[in-house]
Design a protein around this ligand. Structure first.
Ligand code: ADP
Length: 660
């Protein structure tokens, strides 16, 4: 086995590889770009080498620099992770040439599978079933159109060199073929520098089912069963699970053997994935082979009890596969959700920014467990536009699919992220749709259930408003239970006020009545009695209409992030103190609209001031508020000194507006 390896990647996959290496007693070398100097993967490795500026082209894609880093540090092998150089045959060849082991297949296998067309030609020879279509050399428009007509519409045009869902066009009718071909070729040349395309029958309601295969250098091959990755957006995976619901043992064996044949046909070594597209009746066709570890490999690890990175390392070191086919078994069910910094409501546009607050569920990292998190981010880290916006992978295991689903829902509910927009709430709705819960899977699931997945923004639930209110009102002095403290509250009779707040870009009003038994909150549509508040940092528990509930409220300046039962709402308070005095100046009084403390006096008694001049600063709800002169005039008397507590409604000073 190796003594030291270099990890030519970043983010969660770099940490994932480092975790296994550490467990096996292998030393690790990280490479990093300037943007990643403080990142988790650097911290997790034993040594690290700076390889260039932030853009991947100048760092993580710089082959020579990475290979020199391996040589300089004495690393015997390079793990490429996924993305970046993982499927680059030149890189695999350069490693081989410099005497560093590339932890992956031989360059020749990467080349053979690099073009979708060439791969299909090879698979045809190996008798692996293919989607009906044309994947030959001829590229004239008329010829390709004749092929499409013969296949029957709809057809799918694919860039031979494509990947990541790019360079694909669905063509519904012969008349549309030419325009679609031109547009597909344009995208292909721009994205991949190669405008060759292939034509395939476009399957209706297909499933994406892929097989994990492994081969060693001694001629052994195994398949570690399937993953269903049908739930996609823009042809990219969102949820992955194993085993595939509805898979029969016969079909599993047929697909597994087809995948192993595909691997054999290209002299494959290491971890690979053979992707199939399957009809609802179970018939399946080869789509492509990914010659690396996949993002979704953890679901396979959780159902087979394996560590695929360990297998990769062993195979690369020349050892035989740890298990043979008859020794690999499926235990339970696993589901993975990719947590992205993105905005599902805006077409899944990536989002960036600092993770101001990050709370992930209790989980095992990078290893076996009911709830597993593969992540490389910590609170305070930033999601930058330089790299993939994936924040974490959440993987759950259960005895069966329904237990796994329940664990997934629970774990998603426990996630709190303040900073960039994320898809957490979307994922939570997605796994709750009857279609996903009922395992009615196909690649169009998200689009078909658009209305369910993107419900119109409804009013903030009264429970979340109550949690927000409780946190907002928790001042230093009335921290534990405002009902124990008389400070600031009118005890004789009730007292009412109106709070204004903003949520989802809309303004709302909340009427609040202070009563002996609690706060009665009334919004346009809802009413509730709130009492028994207990607050410990972000943990807020309350009683609402006699019902106890708890949630979390994280404050970012004047924005309160309320997390409750998997929902996340951002509520901003339209500060009433900021408006104080506007209507009170007439009577020459300035009163405190909420309980608080005087922290600074900015004028002396008798001072003449101009409208808007700051008069004093009070602190309430841990925020400072400046009370300003409502008009030109004179400060006749100050009624409090610095440090004084003031009750709600207390007159702070006497002010005489200038006679007009
Ligand atoms: P890429 O390499 O860009 O990821 P793939 O060939 O793997 O492209 O296809 C990506 C996705 O596109 C599949 O998972 C599936 O959802 C859809 N797809 C591909 N081929 C077909 C087809 N013939 N019919 C219907 N959908 C397809």
């Amino acid at each position: 086995m190796f003594k030291k390896i270099l990890i030519a990647n970043r983010g969660e996959i770099a940490c994932r590889v480092a975790a296994t290496a550490r467990r096996l007693g292998i030393r690790t070398v990280a490479v990093y770009s300037q943007a990643d100097a403080q990142s988790q993967h650097v911290a997790m490795c034993d040594e690290s080498v700076l390889i260039g500026p932030a853009p991947a082209k100048e760092s993580y894609l710089k082959m020579e620099r990475i290979i020199s880093a391996a040589r300089d540090t004495g690393a015997e092998a390079i793990h490429p992770g996924y993305g970046f150089l993982s499927e680059n045959e030149a890189f695999a060849a350069a490693c081989e040439a410099s005497g560093v082991v590339f932890i992956g297949p031989p360059a020749s296998a990467i080349r053979a599978m690099g073009s979708k067309s060439a791969a299909k030609a090879l698979m045809e020879k190996a008798r692996v079933p293919l989607v009906p279509g044309y994947h030959g050399e001829r590229q004239e428009s008329d010829f390709l159109r004749q092929q499409a007509d013969a296949i029957g519409y709809p057809v799918l045009l694919k860039a031979s060199a494509g990947g990541g869902g790019k360079g694909m066009r669905i063509v519904e009718r012969s008349e549309d073929f030419e325009a679609a071909l031109a547009s597909c070729k344009r995208e292909a040349i721009n994205s991949f520098g190669d405008d060759r395309v292939l034509v395939e029958k476009y399957l209706q309601r297909p499933r994406h089912i892929e097989i994990q295969v492994f081969a060693d250098t001694q001629g052994n091959h195994v398949y570690l069963f399937e993953r269903d990755c049908s739930v996609q957006r823009r042809h990219q995976k969102v949820l992955e699970e194993a085993p595939a619901p509805g898979m029969t043992p016969e079909r599993r064996q047929a697909m597994g053997e087809a995948a192993v044949n595909a691997a054999r046909a290209v002299g494959y070594v290491g971890a690979g994935t053979v992707e199939f597209i399957a009809n609802q009746d179970g018939s399946f066709y080869f789509m492509e082979m990914n010659t690396r570890l996949q993002v979704e490999h953890p679901v396979t690890e959780l159902i087979t009890g394996t560590d695929l990175v360990e297998w990769q390392l062993r195979v690369a070191a020349g050892e035989p596969l740890p298990l043979q086919q008859q020794d690999v078994h499926i235990d339970g069910h696993a589901i993975e959700a990719r947590i992205y910094a993105e905005n599902p409501e805006k077409g899944f546009l990536p989002s960036t920014g600092t993770l101001l607050h990050l709370r992930l569920p209790d989980a095992v990292n990078f290893a076996q467990g009911h709830v597993r998190i593969d992540a490389a981010v910590r609170q305070g880290d930033a999601i930058t536009p330089h790299y993939d916006p994936m924040i974490a992978k959440l993987i759950v295991h259960g005895d069966d699919r329904s237990q796994a689903l329940a664990r997934m829902q629970q774990a998603l509910n426990a996630i709190e992220i303040v900073g960039p927009s994320t898809n957490v709430a979307f994922l939570s709705r997605l796994i709750a749709t009857p279609a996903f819960a009922g395992a009615e899977l196909d690649t169009g699931l998200i689009e078909r259930h658009h209305a369910l997945l993107f419900p119109p923004a409804d009013a903030v639930p009264v429970e979340m408003l109550a949690l927000w209110l409780a946190k907002l009102m928790a001042s230093d002095t009335a921290r534990h239970d405002p009902w124990d403290s008389v400070q600031g509250w009118r005890l004789n009779g009730s007292y009412r006020r109106t709070l204004r707040f903003e949520c989802d870009d809309q303004d709302f009003e909340l009427n609040l009545e202070y009563r002996r038994d609690g706060w009665r909150m009334t919004t346009q549509s809802q009413q509730a009695l709130l009492n028994h508040i207990a607050i410990d940092q972000a943990d807020v528990s309350i009683q609402i209409d006699g019902r106890h509930l708890s949630g979390r409220v994280v404050r970012d300046d004047d924005r309160f992030h309320v997390f409750w039962q998997g929902q996340h709402r951002v509520i901003s308070w339209s500060d009433p103190i900021a408006h104080a005095g506007e209507s009170e100046s007439e009577g020459g009084r300035l009163t405190a609209p909420m309980p608080g403390k005087i922290v600074q006096l900015m004028v002396d008694e008798g001072a003449s001031v101009e409208k808007g001049a700051p008069l004093l600063i009070m602190e309430a709800m841990k925020m400072e508020h400046t009370i300003s002169a409502p008009a030109n005039g004179k400060v006749e008397a100050l009624h409090y000194a610095v440090g004084d507590q003031v009750a709600e409604g207390a007159q702070l000073l006497s002010f005489a507006p200038e006679a007009r």
